[in-house]
Structures are given as structure tokens and as C-alpha cells.
Design a protein around this ligand. Structure first.
Ligand SMILES: O=c1[nH]c(=O)c2[nH]c(=O)[nH]c2[nH]1
Length: 282
């Protein structure tokens, strides 16, 4: 192995296959089931040689990582969290040069319209999972992307800091809309990952719907806390909430009033409210 030039050294690194598209059909009965996943792998370990001198002895090709995803799916996929963990453990436990693996999965939901027929819109809500494994216990995270939520009232934004650049009027009744990205870490594995996911998602929806919001920040905290209260195995929730602004239009130019009924949906720029909610040690 070539030595690095004096004064330089390799920093943290990982490599893997991104965007492995896996469709798994369960056809044990005439009522088929389908799972549609995008899997991303990231491995690290004893990989100095390939970086310093192109010695690939310890490199498990990303092509092989992709094939492993398909091969392990032959037995069935199960909960995405469990599949991510199974893959991460497999890479580390069967490859001496690999000491750490991170596997992320996004699940694209298909809605049943018949025994072997399904429909799915492009984009839309996705369930996510991530497992990181370094030889001891696996760290498992579950999440949601692009869950679109909107309240037509019970949202205010007043009392904010005002300076010479302020133009935003205070409002005591606005639309609050967002596209939720949420991740929650499991400190212990729940008995049933699917059930824990559904409980977390339901808690998120309930908290969004029943919180009278004075700021999206307040809603973020309420949502995170509700997930932690509902799912005892979750230790931290991270939320990223774009503020999908809806501007109340001034219809006075047309001699019309606008009692909170006609809005212009904004695009860019948008507010982005992000934060973590944690369970404190007792
Ligand atoms: O809920 C909100 N939080 C903000 O920080 C903010 N800033 C802004 O312009 N609108 C809003 N709304």
C-alpha cells in the first residue's frame, strides 16, 4: 500500500449503492402483496488501501451490495426497519474488511385495487427506515417523508420580533400547511415495527390536528412530544417542517371582502422549521 504524502491523511469515508430499486411480490395466495423499496447502502471499515493506492482487496463492490439487497429479499422483506437491520448485519458479519454498515430504505406505498392490482401516485408520503450496525447492537431509526398536512384554522402568528425590515402582518387566523419529514430513533426495538410506525404516524396526525398553533415551532414540539408519549421505545424525534405558506388575497381591488376563504398557495421561498424532541433521562 502506498503511504499518503506527508502531511495528509484519509478522513472519514464510506461507500455504497444508492437508489437500489427493489420490488418484492408475495404471491403465496391469489391475493398478491407488493412491496416497493428504494435501498441505500453505506459501508466503512478498513479501506485505507483502496484510497491510498487503489488496492481493492478489501472492497466489497457496490454492485455486490446491490445484489445482496435482491438476494436477501428472496426470503421476504418484512418491516423496513428489520430489513435494513438484516442487511446491515449481513455486510458487517460476512465481510472482514467492513466494520460498519448503514442501510437506509424508503418504502413507496401501493394501494390495493384488486387481488393483484395496485395503484400509486408519483411522489407522496413515504415510510423510511435506517439501520446502523458496527458489530454490537444495531441503531434503528424509523421515519416519514412528505406527509402533507394542512389546518384551515386554529393557527396564529403574532407577537413576533419587529424591526426596520418587518413587513409581515400579524395574523390570528391562517392556514397552517406543511410536508412533514420525521425521524425517530428506537432506544429499544419495539415488539412490532409496523405497529410502532402506525402508532407514531397516528400520534403525529392527532397532534397536528388538535394543537391550536401559535407558531409552527410550537406545533413541531407538540408533534414530537406526542410521538414520544405514544411510542415508549422512541428516544428522540427529529422533525423538518417546511412552512407551506398560504397568502390571504386582498380582494378589495375587486370590491370583494375575503373572510379567510381565498388564498394564494406559495412556493418559494418557504420557512423551514426544524428541531428535535428528546426524552429526558428519568
Ligand atoms: O409559524 C411560524 N414561525 C415562524 O418563525 C415564522 N416566520 C414567518 O415569517 N412566518 C412564520 N410562522
Amino acid at each position: 500500500m502506498n503511504a499518503p504524502s506527508p502531511g495528509f491523511t484519509l478522513g472519514p469515508n464510506s461507500y455504497g449503492k444508492s437508489g437500489v430499486r427493489l420490488v418484492r411480490v408475495d404471491r403465496d395466495t391469489p391475493r398478491h402483496a407488493i412491496r416497493d423499496l428504494t435501498v441505500h447502502t453505506a459501508l466503512s471499515g478498513d479501506l485505507d488501501a483502496t484510497h491510498y493506492s487503489g488496492d481493492n482487496t478489501g472492497v466489497l463492490p457496490t454492485d455486490t451490495q446491490k445484489n445482496t439487497v435482491y438476494a436477501l429479499a428472496r426470503d421476504g422483506v418484512g418491516a423496513v426497519e428489520a430489513f435494513a437491520e438484516r442487511l446491515a448485519r449481513h455486510f458487517v458479519d460476512t465481510t472482514p474488511s467492513i466494520t460498519h454498515a448503514r442501510v437506509r430504505i424508503e418504502e413507496h406505498p401501493w394501494t390495493r385495487v384488486g387481488d393483484h392490482s395496485f395503484t400509486r401516485g408519483e411522489g407522496g408520503e413515504r415510510r423510511t427506515a435506517e439501520a446502523a450496525y458496527g458489530g454490537a447492537g444495531a441503531a434503528v431509526t424509523a421515519g416519514i417523508r412528505d406527509l402533507l398536512l394542512l389546518n384551515t384554522t386554529d393557527s396564529e402568528f403574532t407577537g413576533f420580533l419587529v424591526n426596520e425590515f418587518t413587513t409581515l402582518p400579524e395574523t390570528d387566523d391562517r392556514i397552517l400547511a406543511t410536508a412533514v419529514a420525521a425521524d425517530w430513533d428506537y432506544t429499544t426495538a419495539p415488539a412490532d415495527y409496523d405497529q410502532a410506525f402506525q402508532s407514531a404516524r397516528a400520534a403525529l396526525l392527532e397532534a397536528f390536528a388538535d394543537t391550536y398553533s401559535l407558531s409552527l415551532q410550537q406545533t413541531l414540539y407538540a408533534v414530537g412530544e406526542r410521538i414520544l408519549k405514544t411510542v415508549p421505545e422512541a428516544g428522540e424525534v427529529r422533525l423538518s417542517l417546511p412552512n407551506r405558506h398560504h397568502y390571504l388575497l386582498d380582494l378589495g381591488r375587486f370590491g370583494l371582502d375575503n373572510p379567510g376563504v381565498v388564498f394564494q398557495a406559495g412556493d418559494l421561498p418557504y420557512g423551514l422549521i426544524e428541531g428535535a424532541v428528546r426524552r429526558e433521562a428519568p
